[in-house]
Ligand binder design. Structure first.
Ligand code: ATP
Ligand code: MN
Ligand code: MN
Length: 335
């Protein structure tokens, strides 16, 4: 599902910040953000812009210039990032609903287009772009994970389940598929033409993925995270690139393989999964606690260096529930 970056919300809570006279902290679903004192009250409607929102240059948003001005390609705007104010993590922005000019909104609907707000996307290096053979094929899903903060209403119900936990790796999504005899390599949104300088295709060839999938004798896709040199700053300090897998998808049944089958398949292909941190996990009492648990050192940290991990991906054993918990420590370091 496409991310709802900007939507009308009900403010769930507002609390003082110790030692701060001019600001307070608002709660919106599982998000906390700092607001000016007395600007909003509990129960008010407001337009919530999530982190990664890229707001247009408009008079109403000029107050963001000092903290958030950024260019995305040729486009100027204001990028919302995770920040910390007076020791309080703050994620996103609340705007008055009056900005919607009387539009009759529904709580939770995406109003980003009305406000000219788009998602901030960092530039993609050429080797990770490539030439599109087509859009992402419809016979399998794109990789994606919802943020736990947007699932806060279900948190209590989730506590009844048992989960497995993997480390979320900060790289680039890749899908390898074999369907009706056609082998393909996809980035996050595109089916890619094979070219000599495309990193996704290079790794497919280096790892003999086409041969390995062909040997399975069925229509199948495997999805993972490409990490290493030239990918997202290579925080893990790897030489070259590698893929760590997190999904296998049975195309004919239109269904993901269950965890055990997935692990067995990846191992049998001589490939590696993302780091699996726990196989019998139950959620802590509160979402706040879970967010602190997401902070931690990456399993892929090089010798003698502690790399802050991006976070966790948590899935129920039956795979019906799946979400990401991004580390706020990681987000605070983001450029
Ligand atoms: P957003 O929609 O929040 O703006 P995004 O969807 O572009 O962000 P991410 O925040 O990276 O991307 O979250 C989803 C992605 O996480 C998946 O598409 C996948 O590529 C990647 N990923 C990395 N590690 C894992 C993992 N262990 N399990 C599942 N997905 C993972
Ligand atoms: Mn997403
Ligand atoms: Mn990512």
């Amino acid at each position: 599902m496409e991310r709802k970056l900007v939507s009308p919300v009900v403010i769930d809570d507002i609390q003082p910040i110790a030692g701060a006279d001019l600001i307070e902290v608002a709660t919106v679903k599982g998000w906390k953000l700092v607001v000016k004192k007395n600007e909003f009250n509990i129960g008010d409607h407001a337009v919530y812009c999530e982190i990664d929102s890229f707001l247009p240059v408009r008079e109403e948003f000029e107050f963001l210039r000092k903290s958030s001005y950024r260019k995305m390609g040729e486009q100027e705007g204001f990028r919302l990032k995770t920040i910390k104010l007076r020791g309080q993590v703050s994620q996103g922005l609340l705007l008055p609903v009056s900005l919607l000019n009387g539009y009759t909104y529904q709580i939770g609907e995406d109003v980003s287009a009305r406000l000219g707000i788009i998602k901030y996307e960092p530039p993609v290096p050429a080797a990770l772009g490539g030439i599109a053979k087509g859009l992402f094929p419809s016979f399998m899903p794109k990789t994606d994970e919802e943020r736990i903060q947007n699932l806060s209403a279900q948190y209590e119900a989730f506590k009844e389940h048992t989960f497995y936990v993997t480390e979320k790796l900060d790289g680039s999504s890749v899908t390898f598929y074999l369907n009706e005899g056609v082998f393909g390599v996809c980035s996050r949104n595109l089916d890619l033409e094979e070219t000599a300088d495309n990193t996704f295709w290079k790794i497919a060839r280096a790892e003999n993925i086409e041969e390995k999938l062909s040997a399975l004798g069925k229509n199948i896709a495997i999805q993972g995270e490409l990490i290493g040199e030239g990918v997202q700053g290579n925080a893990y300090g790897l030489r070259g690139q590698m893929v760590r897998f997190f999904n296998a998808f049975d195309i004919d049944r239109y269904e993901y393989l269950a965890l055990d089958e997935f692990k067995a398949l990846i191992a049998s292909l001589g490939l590696q999964t993302v780091p699996i941190l726990d196989l019998q996990y139950t959620l802590p009492a509160s979402l706040e606690e879970l967010l602190t648990i997401a902070d931690g050192v990456s399993v892929l940290s090089p010798q003698g260096k502690a790399v802050e991990r991006e976070g966790l991906v948590i899935r129920s054993t039956d795979r019906k529930i799946s979400f990401k918990v991004i580390s706020n420590k990681f987000l605070l370091n983001e450029r």
